[in-house]
Every structure is written in structure tokens, then in C-alpha cells.
Write a protein that binds this ligand. Structure first.
Ligand code: AMP
Length: 394
């Protein structure tokens, strides 16, 4: 069974093709296109590459296309992307303007190009279904809550992968198995033994931090929208609710312009005034740009704030995990985030940290009470597995 997972950005298409034949689980192709302006052409190029490279003999061999969909009204989990599901995504376009519109456009193009192939979405919110209500609730009037104004949490596929893989690496296969079966069976009873307490830091163009107790999320730094929590590349992070009406009044912005600036001109770009990419910001900071230095400090401060929150909720920690573009590649930010936490058993070995780049690694000293790990994420695998399960259920 071959499943293509398409990762759709506002100007990019990335894909991975998985082959689940004969009980195996193999990634057989990986590729991507940047600066996409025409989605139909991008899909054509993707299918052509799969054929050229011998990964797909004919399109009919595709059992499904899976998507890491973000947010939909009154809908989560792993679902077929029919018209009703697409409409539910469109109903949340204004909450996730950088994510939902490109996904909807891409899904419609796939539907047109591959009419017989099931299209399936695994929503990023699915992983937080079992988080405690108190962690997901905003202190808003009841009718706001009824209108869906609550924390949803995102990056579910990535944090689920980290929950499973970290449990394997920490020698807790029963926790890994619980995570693997989570969407099928629900959390059930926690496994025997001491609780496994992990904090997963997905730090990239978009960042979030999650606490995991025995593999199940107890919350996420992203809230109603992917515009909250830590500062993102160009999207604002946590912000006092009154900041938006205040900025609109004092700067004379209308709603559309305020939304645009929050989603396009905030985050690390807004803070640094240099770039939305950590590499450029670090280079500017190294050459004395104070705003760039401050941007990095805010990022580190916010990451620590969320780590602190989950450290308390979990009553201690077994492992702190770094993943995604920044988490996997930026040793200096990992060191800054984990600095001065030895009172909690968290320490980093500088040499191990420097050496760990986009590979699985333990970067804490051998004798540290808390393992600090780098684990490259694999969101597409999580999506592909759930798509396969949905297809097998019929
Ligand atoms: P992501 O959204 O996970 O691709 O992460 C993007 C962020 O990670 C950007 O700020 C990049 O600067 C950083 N990043 C991604 N890959 C690398 C790399 N190979 N080396 C250094 N930084 C990277």
C-alpha cells in the first residue's frame, strides 16, 4: 500500500511517499518544491518525479494522499477530506490564514488531478483531545467558549512522533505502544511503572512546546490559532488580548490590516527587523545588531517559560527533547534554552550538543538525571500511519 503525504505551505509543496507493503513501513521517496505559484503545476511535477525515480509506476498504485491539516470547525482526528471537511476548514480560514487557505487550495487541486484517490487529513489538533480541560480553557464568557474560543494546540503529528520515539529511546516500549495506538484506542489506563515525563520542544519556522505524561499531551503552547505561544518566523506569539484593539485604534489599522501584520510582520521578523530565519538573525546578532540579539533572547525566554510550566505540571522530568529546524540544528539556542536548569537535573554536554546536527543524539552528560535529546521529527510518517489505519477500517 503506497501513501503519499503532501505538506502544503503557502509557497511550497513537500512530499514523502511511504510503502506499507508486506507489513513493512518504508519511506520510498522524498522531495519538495519551493516558490510554488501554480499548485496544479507543482502537483504535476511531484507525480512526474515519483514516476521518473521509479517510486510509483502508475498513479492508480496510490492508495491515498494524506495531509497534515491544521484546523477545522468542529472536526479533528483523521478524516476523509470530502466537501464537508473542506468547508469546516474554510470556516477557520481567518484563524489560520497562513495555513488553511493553501491547504484547501492544494487539496482541491489533488482532488481534481487524482479523482479516484482518497484524500485524508490528520488534523494537528488531534493530539490534544485528552489534555486536561483546565489546560485548554480560556477565561472567556461561556458563549465565546461555545463559539470555539479555546486552546486547540497544534504540531500534533510532530509531538506524537516525539512522544513515541522518546519513549523507545528511554527504554519504555509500553509507553511507545500506547502512543502508537492512541488514535485507535484512546489513552486508556496509564502503563505500569513510574510516569514517563517528557517535554517536547518543536522549534522551527513555527514553534511549540508540549508536556507529555506517559506519552499523552497535557497541553501545548499553541492555543486557538497557530499565532500564539512562542514567537514564530513572522507570526506573533502570545499577546495580550487588548493589544489588538489598542493597535488598531492608535495605529489606525483596520481589521484586515491588523490580521495581516500579526501573521506576516510579527514574530522573529518583527522583533529582529532583519529576517524570519534564525540563521540570518544569528549572523546579524553576531555582527552586533542589538535588535537581532534581542529577538533571540525573546525566543529563548519564551521557550523557557513554557518548559517551566510543563516542568511544574509534570512534577519533574525524565527527558527534554529538541526537534524541528531550530531544535535539530541550532546548538547555541539549545544551550541557551537549557542553561541554568541544573537545579532541575537538566544539563547539556557542550561537545555532544555541538556535534548533534539533524541526527538522533543524547546531548546531556552521561550522569545527568534528565536526558536531553535531539530527535529529528517525522510528521509525515505519523500522518501516513493514520491514513493507512483509516483505509483499513474501510
Ligand atoms: P522548520 O520550519 O522546522 O523548517 O525550521 C526553520 C528554522 O530552522 C529556520 O529559522 C532556520 O534557520 C532553522 N534551520 C532549519 N534548517 C537548518 C539548518 N540545516 N541549519 C541551521 N538552521 C536551520
Amino acid at each position: 500500500m503506497k501513501i503519499l503525504v503532501a505538506n502544503i505551505g503557502s509557497t511550497s509543496l513537500k512530499w514523502r511517499l511511504f510503502d506499507f507493503s508486506e507489513g513493512a513501513e518504508r519511506m520510498v521517496h522524498k522531495g519538495g518544491l519551493e516558490r510554488v505559484t501554480d499548485y496544479a503545476a507543482a502537483i504535476e511535477t511531484c507525480l512526474e518525479k515519483l514516476r521518473q525515480d521509479g517510486a510509483l509506476t502508475k498513479e492508480g498504485d496510490l492508495a491515498a494522499v494524506g495531509f497534515k491539516t491544521v484546523l477545522a470547525k468542529d472536526l479533528t482526528g483523521c478524516v476523509r477530506l470530502d466537501e464537508a471537511a473542506i468547508a469546516a476548514m474554510e470556516a477557520m480560514n481567518h484563524v489560520a490564514p497562513a495555513h488553511n487557505p493553501p491547504y484547501v487550495a492544494g487539496i482541491r487541486q489533488f482532488a481534481k488531478r487524482l479523482p479516484g484517490v482518497p484524500l485524508v487529513g490528520l488534523f494537528e489538533t488531534a493530539f490534544y483531545q485528552w489534555a486536561p480541560e483546565a489546560a485548554m480553557r480560556y477565561a472567556v464568557p461561556a458563549n465565546w467558549h461555545a463559539a470555539g474560543i479555546r486552546r486547540w494546540g497544534f504540531h500534533g503529528a510532530s509531538h506524537k512522533y516525539i512522544a513515541e520515539r522518546s519513549a523507545e529511546l528511554l527504554g519504555r516500549p509500553e509507553v511507545a505502544e500506547r502512543v502508537r495506538r492512541l488514535y485507535q484506542d484512546g489513552p486508556g489506563q496509564p502503563p505500569q511503572g513510574p510516569p514517563l515525563r517528557v517535554i517536547s520542544c518543536h522549534l522551527g519556522g513555527s514553534s511549540s512546546i508540549t508536556g507529555l505524561r506517559d506519552g499523552v499531551a497535557i497541553g501545548n503552547s499553541l492555543g486557538l490559532s497557530p499565532q500564539s505561544g512562542l514567537p514564530h518566523n513572522n507570526r506573533v506569539g502570545d499577546l495580550d488580548a487588548m493589544a489588538v484593539p489598542h493597535a488598531m485604534r492608535t495605529l489606525g489599522l483596520d481589521l484586515a490590516e491588523a490580521e495581516r501584520q500579526l501573521c506576516k510582520e510579527g514574530g522573529l521578523l518583527g522583533l529582529s527587523g532583519v529576517s524570519n530565519d534564525i540563521r540570518d538573525i544569528q549572523a546579524a546578532a553576531d555582527s552586533g545588531n542589538e535588535q537581532a540579539r534581542l529577538a533571540l533572547e525573546v525566543f529563548v525566554h519564551e521557550a523557557r517559560r513554557w518548559i517551566g510550566a510543563y516542568l511544574v505540571e509534570l512534577n519533574g522530568l525524565d527527558a527534554l527533547v529538541f526537534t524541528a529546524g531550530i531544535g535539530e540544528n541550532r546548538a547555541e539556542l539549545r544551550a541557551a534554552i537549557a542553561a541554568n536548569l541544573d537545579a532541575f537535573g537538566i544539563r547539556i554536554d557542550p561537545e555532544r550538543n555541538q556535534a548533534a546536527r539533524a541526527v538522533e543524539a543524547v546531548i546531556s552528560p552521561e550522569d545527568a538525571p534528565v536526558k536531553v535529546l535531539v530527535i529529528p521529527t517525522n510528521e509525515e510518517l505519523v500522518v501516513a500511519r493514520e491514513v493507512r489505519r483509516l483505509l483499513q477500517q474501510g
